[in-house]
Design a protein around this ligand. Structure first.
Ligand SMILES: [Mg+2]
Length: 349
């Protein structure tokens, strides 16, 4: 964390735990009809009437999931919410509330925690969700953030990982690999900064991929788009660990196989040029990079006319019988088995 000596540094111990919670949450607004009681009692009270409820939790740990030397706290707060909302949208549900728990060491002044909460609040506002509770405690070392997201969905609209059928189309939103290449650029600049702290990095040529790493957006718009197009995917998952491992999850849960076409994988031009610069293969990055928070789904062939030509949705392959296995069909038309290389194991190489 780059610290500005001129910034005020208020120790969080001055406020005490309850004072801190009051201070941080005083501006939070309640907008969801399903929120009966938000922050301020022993527990939140929610009323979803006849809807089904989805609940998901993610834990973000400093030095494991984020590095504050280049991740601004405001963006980290925003990203912590996005990671969770992405899982809600992957169920074809609408996100409605979150709870946020943080453990923080005394190396963070109040002003730093406020920055984190600016990010939480921005995410809640843009994605129309209520922050209805949480906890704040001290940590002996780094920063830990745990977010739980809650969403609602009509019983008939829920989409699981397990519904894919042979001949369904494999469809992905947006483009892939950008968050990982943004991470590569930020890591390189961090090393340069260590050697020469006066060196000002020029991140302009990498603006898109750096933003995808630091400030990802969950695909709330896709849930609405699918509804508008009257398309219910047969299965869906969000892409947090890389396309390859998410395809494997879908196929295993659905007991099917898949063929993925290398030349159909959507890549942003900045991913392609940065991969060339780093001497990395862009297909490998799209398959294994992770943190894209796009949605991967399968769609019945009958629904193809409804999605055809939509710039948000790219058909990248199709579902086969389980016996055929899971393969990448390369540009040279060679079949390569898909293997799961998650984000973490990939990073450790
Ligand atoms: Mg997920």
């Amino acid at each position: 964390m780059i610290e500005d000596k001129n910034q005020p540094r208020t120790s969080i111990s001055e406020l005490g735990e309850f004072g801190l919670i009051d201070h941080l949450t005083q501006n939070f607004e309640i907008t969801q009809k399903s929120t009966v009681k938000g922050i301020g009692d022993d527990a939140a009270v929610l009323d979803f009437k006849s809807k089904q409820i989805v609940i998901t939790t993610d834990l973000l740990v400093e030095h494991v999931h984020f590095d504050l030397s280049y991740m601004p706290l405001k963006h980290l707060g925003y990203k912590a919410i996005m990671v969770n909302l992405s899982d809600v949208y992957a169920m074809n549900a609408t996100a409605t509330q979150v709870t946020i728990a943080i453990a923080v060491s005394n190396r963070f002044p109040l002003e730093a925690i406020e920055e984190l909460y600016v990010g939480f609040e921005a995410a809640a506002k843009f994605y129309d969700i209520d922050i209805v509770g949480g906890d704040t405690t001290s940590s002996t070392t780094g920063l830990i953030i745990s977010v739980t997201a809650i969403g609602e969905v009509n019983k008939n609209d829920v989409v699981y990982r397990s519904g894919a059928k042979p001949n369904d189309l494999l469809v992905v939103t947006g483009d892939l690999g950008a968050a990982y290449m943004g991470f590569q650029v930020l890591q390189r600049e961090k090393e340069v900064f260590k050697v020469n702290p006066n060196n000002q990095p020029d991140l302009d040529p990498y603006s898109y991929i750096v933003e995808r790493q630091l400030k990802p957006e969950a695909r709330k718009d896709i849930v609405k788009l699918l509804k508008d197009l009257k398309v219910k995917p047969t299965s869906m998952i969000d892409i947090s660990d890389g396309l390859s491992s998410e395809i494997i999850h879908l196929c295993k849960q659905s007991a099917v196989g898949a063929e993925l076409y290398e030349d159909k994988i959507p890549l942003d031009p900045q991913v392609i040029s940065t991969c060339e610069e780093f001497n990395l293969d862009s297909t490998t990055i799209a398959l294994n990079g992770g943190e894209d928070y796009e949605l991967l789904m399968t769609i019945s062939q009958e629904d193809f006319p409804k999605i055809k030509g939509n710039p948000n949705l790219t058909v990248i392959g199709y579902i086969t019988d389980k016996e055929k296995g899971m393969h990448l069909v390369t540009r040279g038309e060679t079949l390569v088995p898909l293997i799961a290389k998650g984000w973490n194991s990939f990073k450790d190489q």
